[in-house]
Every structure is written in structure tokens, then in C-alpha cells.
Design a protein around this ligand. Structure first.
Ligand SMILES: [Zn+2]
Length: 511
């Protein structure tokens, strides 16, 4: 739809309506008051950053994935805006395992009779190599009919490949060792490709959606259902296996911007992942959160604050929160102690949105427990912001699917906003937010259609106001959330599942 965002839609209205919920220290006398500051962050400027991200994707093969030119250009754009706004900008470099499937994989039986397998029968293993081979299928130490779970150790030992004919496709069965070990052993034995099928009992019969964990093989590797694997194990089977992937260790950067102002021992840290998936431009996921915090940073850059603001734009979130994990893992004990809170914004403009606030106090009683002490206060700040606008909101579990995971694991009070991904909007949420119940919050999630048209302007504006409010409130707060909480809080962190690949809606197996 055509874009006409007035400046009053979100931030300005919010600030006008908002009785600032926390005691705010007034900034130095020559500076604007908090409400004026919040007002000066406008959603139309956020939308301009999003348009820039779209242009960058258009010019770089349609995506902004970590390790790709589209991310590098996004990094440079964000770093340029931040430098101009007065920040000290650091590019934090790290290596990570990149994977993309460049065209759909093919699995066909060519003998004894032709059959083409569908996406319900097989799927590529993440970190598969590339190739197009037609060869005899050779069984590797299969247990058929299947026994108990892990009775198969197919492909786990080099000895399983005694008598293996180089150039054949290795047919292996799930069980005992990782898919990576099976695929590496097959490649070492001269296999031209590998098919790993589900083991065949209890919950181990459906399509095997797996990962090799890292780019360690060059041959094509796919997973299949038990039924497809059993069928391919028939004597005299010849198959065609084709995969077209990029699987390699690549280098990327987090962009970290430090304000020149404020107490370096009291860091208020806002973060959003800047990378998209390789499948699309990532405008809602997560151009939206990136653009929102970028505009908040730009607006506040030249204004002295009591506490120090830090803005981070994570890379390789889509490969398993890798940028944020790298950052937290490399923080010194002193830097960790200085980080008083972390606010995360990952998808804040979903087209069929709900306004979700991370459930810092576990009042929803769902999934992960309450966040580190102070997370409850962060949740309450966002609640008060929306309440002041008479705007409904809901909680959302800290399920470990975004960059707050490593911060919470380190005991840092955390919070943030989310408008929904592949999940389905409820009837109750339709009453609260409009839109369409029974449909995904973002039906373009992780797809090519996550483009500039995949943004709800009202949600983006409301959340921009909320982010500006939190940034300004905490920039001037004399007491930050969780301050004065028992010192044990940082070591007794709530356990948040931050396992690699957690953003993928279908969890990938490793073994
Ligand atoms: Zn995301």
C-alpha cells in the first residue's frame, strides 16, 4: 500500500499521551526534555532506512544475508549513519558457517523404475555440498527391519564402508552418531553423494530435517523419510541426487556504536540483527528492528545523557544468534558488569501484527522462566507506554529465538518488542489489533516477499515510539532495572535455549 506516515502516528502521539512512568532525570539544562526527545524520533525516517535496505537488497541479489554483499552494504550504511550522528563505531569481525540452497534439490530413482521424490519425501541437509550425480545406491550397515532407537550405527564407523564402491551414493540410516560423522565417513570412502533416512521406529519415521552442523563435506547430502529410505535400499537401485548450495566459512561483522556521552559504567544496550536470510531482503525480519534503533540512535547521538547508550546491529543471527553470541562471549568481566540492560528488537512491523512484549516476569507462565532481575521492570515500561496510548498489548515468551538469548544467559536484564513471525494470529488478537485471525503474523517470514511492502506502518510507528521511550527513559534514569538486585543474579542466569538455528520454524536435527 502507498506509504503516508504522518509524524504523529506513533512516537509523537505516544509522547503526548504518555505520563512518563519512571522518574526521569532532566538532561543538562540546555537540552530538550525527554518528551521532546521521544517526539523527535519519527516513524517516517524509520521507513526511509527500510527503503534503503530494500535498495541494498535489490542491488545485491535480493538478500542481505550475513557473509554476502547485501549485508556488507547494510553494515556500511548503518555505520555511516551512526558515525555522522557522533557515535564511536566498531566493526566486530568474526567467522561463521554460511549455508544457502541456491536452487531446489532433486532426488530421483532411475532404476529399477523411475520415480521422482517430492519435498515431503526428502530435504537437503544444512551444510550439504553441491553436485549432480547419478549412481548406484549402496546400503551402508542398515538395520532393516528397524530395531529400537539407535540400534542403527549406519555410517558411524569407517569399517561400515568396507567393500564400498567409490562413486556410489551411500544410503545410511539415522542412529548412534551425528549426520556429520556419517556424511564425512561416506565422503572419505569415496561416495559421490549421501542419503540419510529416518531410523524407522516410534517417532523416527517422518522426514529427516537435519544439519551437518558446519561446512565439512563437499558431496550432496539429503535426509529422507524412513519409507523413502527403505524403498531406495532395494537391490539394483540407481538414483540421481542433485544439490546446489553455498556451504563455506565466511567472515562478517557486528556493527557496535557507542555514544560519546554518559557513564561508561552504566551502559544501556539496544540491539537488532541486521542480517536477512539468504532467501529474501529481510525488510520486516529484521530491517524493521534495525531501522527503528538506527533512527533512535541517530536522533539521540548529539545529546548528552546520564548513562551510556550502545546500539548493536548483529550479524549471522539467522545462522543461530552467532553475532550476539560472539559479542557476549568476548565481553570482559568489567564490560559485562557495565552492561546494565539489553533491549532487543527483532521484527517490529509484521503485516498481520500483534504488539508483543517479552515476558520478563513470566506472568504468562509459559516456556522460559522470568528473565534476570530487572527484566520484569523493562516489560512494565513497555506495558505502560502502550497503556498510555490505550493500545492493547500481549506478552511473548523469551523462547531463545533472538539475540537476547546470550545476554540473558549472562544474567543481563533484558526485554524488547516483537510483532510475530510464522505463528498464527488468534481470534482474541484480531479483536485487539485488527488483521486476520487464523493467518500468520508475517506470511512472508524468511521468504523473498519479505520486502518493503511487508511492513505494517502502524505497528512500525507504535513500536518506534516505544523504543524511543525506552531509550530515553533509560538514558536518563538514575536507577536502572535490576540495580540493587542481589549480585548472584548474573551468575544464576535464567536458562534460555539459545541453540544454533533456533530461528528456523522447523527445528533441525543434528543426529
Ligand atoms: Zn529475526
Amino acid at each position: 500500500m502507498p506509504f503516508t506516515l504522518g509524524r504523529g502516528v506513533g512516537a509523537a502521539t505516544a509522547a503526548a499521551a504518555l505520563v512518563l512512568p519512571l522518574a526521569l532525570a532532566t538532561p543538562a539544562s540546555a537540552n530538550p526534555k525527554p518528551a521532546q526527545l521521544i517526539n523527535s524520533v519519527v516513524a517516517s525516517a524509520v521507513k526511509q532506512h527500510l527503503q534503503k535496505f530494500q535498495q541494498i537488497a535489490n542491488a545485491n541479489g535480493g538478500n542481505r544475508a550475513a557473509g554476502s554483499p547485501g549485508h556488507d552494504a547494510s553494515r556500511d550504511y548503518v555505520a555511516g549513519v551512526l558515525k555522522k550522528a557522533g557515535y564511536k563505531v566498531t566493526l566486530q569481525q568474526f567467522d561463521f558457517p554460511f549455508f544457502s540452497e541456491n536452487s531446489p534439490a532433486v532426488l530421483q530413482r532411475t532404476a529399477p523404475s523411475p520415480k521422482t521424490y517430492s519435498a515431503e519425501d526428502f530435504t537437503i541437509m544444512t551444510y550439504s555440498g553441491s553436485g549432480d550425480v547419478t549412481a548406484a545406491v549402496q546400503n551402508v550397515d542398515l538395520v532393516l527391519p528397524p530395531g529400537a532407537p539407535n540400534s542403527s550405527s549406519s555410517g558411524c564407523e569407517a569399517a561400515d564402508f568396507a567393500g564400498f564402491t567409490a562413486g556410489s551414493i551411500a544410503l545410511m540410516q539415522r542412529g548412534t552418531c551425528s549426520f556429520q560423522v556419517k556424511a564425512e565417513n561416506a565422503q572419505a570412502a569415496g561416495a559421490a553423494g549421501a542419503i540419510i533416512f529416518n531410523e524407522g521406529q516410534q517417532d523416527r519415521t517422518d522426514l529427516l530435517n537435519g544439519t551437518l552442523g558446519e561446512p565439512s563435506v563437499t558431496i550432496p547430502v539429503v535426509g529422507t523419510t524412513f519409507a523413502a529410505g527403505q524403498e531406495l535400499s532395494a537391490a539394483g537401485t540407481v538414483a540421481r541426487l542433485k544439490t546446489d548450495t553455498t556451504s563455506a566459512v565466511k567472515t562478517t561483522h557486528n556493527v557496535i556504536a557507542d555514544s560519546r556521552w554518559g557513564d561508561p559504567k552504566k551502559v544501556v544496550h539496544l540491539g537488532a540483527h541486521l542480517d536477512s536470510v539468504p532467501e529474501g531482503p529481510g525488510i520486516n525480519d529484521n530491517g524493521s528492528g534495525s531501522a527503528a534503533i538506527l533512527e533512535v540512535a541517530r536522533t539521540l547521538g548529539k545529546i548528552p545523557t546520564r548513562n551510556k547508550l550502545r546500539f548493536s546491529f548483529w550479524s549471522a543471527e539467522e545462522f543461530g544468534l552467532l553475532g550476539a553470541e560472539h559479542y557476549v562471549a568476548n565481553l570482559s568481566a568489567q564490560e559485562l558488569a557495565n552492561t546494565k540492560l539489553y533491549l532487543n528488537f527483532d521484527m517490529v512491523g509484521s503485516p498481520n501484527y500483534a504488539l508483543k512484549i517479552y515476558d520478563g516476569d513470566d506472568s504468562d507462565g509459559e516456556g522460559a522462566p522470568a528473565g534476570p532481575a530487572g527484566s520484569d521492570q523493562i516489560e512494565k515500561l513497555f506495558e505502560k507506554y502502550f497503556d498510555a496510548l490505550r493500545q492493547k498489548h500481549v506478552g511473548t515468551d523469551f523462547d531463545g529465538r533472538s539475540d537476547y538469548g546470550p545476554f540473558m544467559d549472562a544474567g543481563i536484564p533484558s526485554g524488547g518488542l516483537f510483532t510475530g513471525a510464522e505463528g498464527i494470529k488468534t481470534a482474541e488478537e484480531q479483536k485487539m489489533f485488527g488483521g486476520t485471525a487464523g493467518q500468520a503474523y508475517d506470511s512472508c517470514y524468511h521468504q523473498a516477499c519479505d520486502d518493503i511492502s511487508n511492513i505494517n506502518d502502524k505497528a512500525l510507528a507504535l513500536n518506534t515510539g516505544a523504543i524511543a521511550t525506552a531509550a530515553v527513559t533509560y538514558a536518563y534514569a538514575t536507577k536502572l532495572p535490576g540495580e540493587g538486585a542481589p549480585a548472584t543474579a548474573r551468575t544464576a542466569a535464567a536458562s534460555v535455549a539459545s541453540t544454533p538455528g533456533t530461528e528456523a520454524p522447523n527445528h533441525e536435527l543434528t543426529r
